[in-house]
Design a protein around this ligand. Structure first.
Ligand SMILES: O=C(O)CCC(=O)C(=O)O
Ligand SMILES: [Fe+2]
Length: 324
């Protein structure tokens, strides 16, 4: 039976507890990921101040004049860093949809520093380890983003150990596949809507995410996140600023040979006339394995539903498909 609400999982017992407690939490994660591919986590240990500070900077930045924001826009459309204006991409196109550009702006960034070894600095590495592009205002934006990124890195490391336990694998199964991960973050800004959207246009069209886990910090405003149930209905997802919504991405679905679902979700438009209260910000950490990790179904020989795919190639392909 499909959940009527998104399951809530308290991570605290697993983060401080015994293997038995980790197993119990892992089973809860397994049930949620099998059924709907979404869960809300609490007891995650991330200090609220880290979240508030980044949200505050994001709000200041996105409320600057467009011309100033555009100074943080990369010249090339292919560079996944910096500011992107309204309608730059259409997430539905990554899943064979054809909606017009999404009604959101975003700020795209990755880690600040990396070692000077070939994995990072080679031609292949430079496709994924790209310098961030911070605007002049607000001051402290880069530092707040780096602190939040580091907290998410810890959290996803812990979650992937629990994921391995849930899947009956060694607890460290994913460790050497994520120890040089290429995770990018997007700070999404959905402005209040003065004009009616075009037909089929949304804040974010129906799509699945690409990586392992997405850790989302949102806010409940008119025009929010919805996920599709197995019955085909759209279920509203609460996204309070003091919890995180976690969802499975395509690569983890492939890795688990469809045991876990990378589920279709979207961000709907606010009702007409909602006014400024409909402005919404979300912070999305798209946890993605090392670019050279080969994602192969965990399945008995002959039963794999997908051919192996390289982590970095898969993400690049999806970025290309979603660009309008
Ligand atoms: O803003 C949200 O609530 C979800 C955004 C999302 O699904 C995405 O950026 O992939
Ligand atoms: Fe998404």
């Amino acid at each position: 039976m499909s959940a009527a609400t998104i399951p809530i999982v308290d991570l605290a017992p697993a983060l401080r507890g015994s293997r038995a407690e980790r197993m119990r939490v892992a089973h809860e994660i397994d049930a949620a990921c099998t059924d709907i591919g979404f869960l809300t986590i609490r007891g995650h240990g991330v200090p609220p101040a880290l979240i508030d500070t980044l949200r505050g900077h994001a709000s200041t930045f996105f409320n600057l004049p467009l011309e100033e924001k555009r100074q943080a826009e990369p010249e090339k459309v292919t560079v996944p860093r910096g500011y992107r204006a309204l309608g730059f991409d259409s997430l539905s196109r990554g899943n064979a949809g054809n909606a017009p550009g999404d009604l959101k702006e975003y700020y795209h960034f990755g880690r600040e520093n990396w070692p000077s070894t070939p994995y990072y600095t080679s031609e292949a590495g430079q496709r994924f380890f790209i310098p961030n592009r911070w605007p002049q205002r607000p001051v402290g934006f880069a530092e707040a983003a780096a602190a939040y990124y580091a907290a998410m890195e810890r959290l996803t490391g812990q979650m992937m150990s629990l994921a391995a336990l849930a899947l009956g694998l060694d607890e460290d199964f994913f460790e050497d596949k994520i120890d040089r991960h290429i995770t990018a973050m997007r700070l999404n800004f959905y402005p209040a809507q003065q004009e009616a959207p075009q037909s089929g246009q949304m804040r974010a069209g129906p799509h699945t995410d690409y990586g392992l886990l997405t850790i989302l910090n949102g806010e409940n405003r008119p025009g929010g996140l919805e996920v599709q149930t197995r019955g085909g209905d759209w279920l509203g997802v609460e996204t309070d600023p003091d919890t995180f919504v976690v969802n499975i991405g395509d690569l983890l679905m492939r890795w688990t040979n469809d045991r876990w679902v990378s589920n279709v979700h979207r961000v709907v438009n606010p009702p007409a006339g909602s006014g400024p209260a409909a402005q919404r910000i979300s912070l999305a950490f798209f946890h993605h394995p090392n670019y050279d990790a080969l994602v192969e179904c965990i399945a008995p020989p002959g039963e794999a539903k997908y051919p192996p795919v390289l982590s970095g190639e898969y993400r690049d392909q999806q970025y290309r498909r979603t660009r309008v």
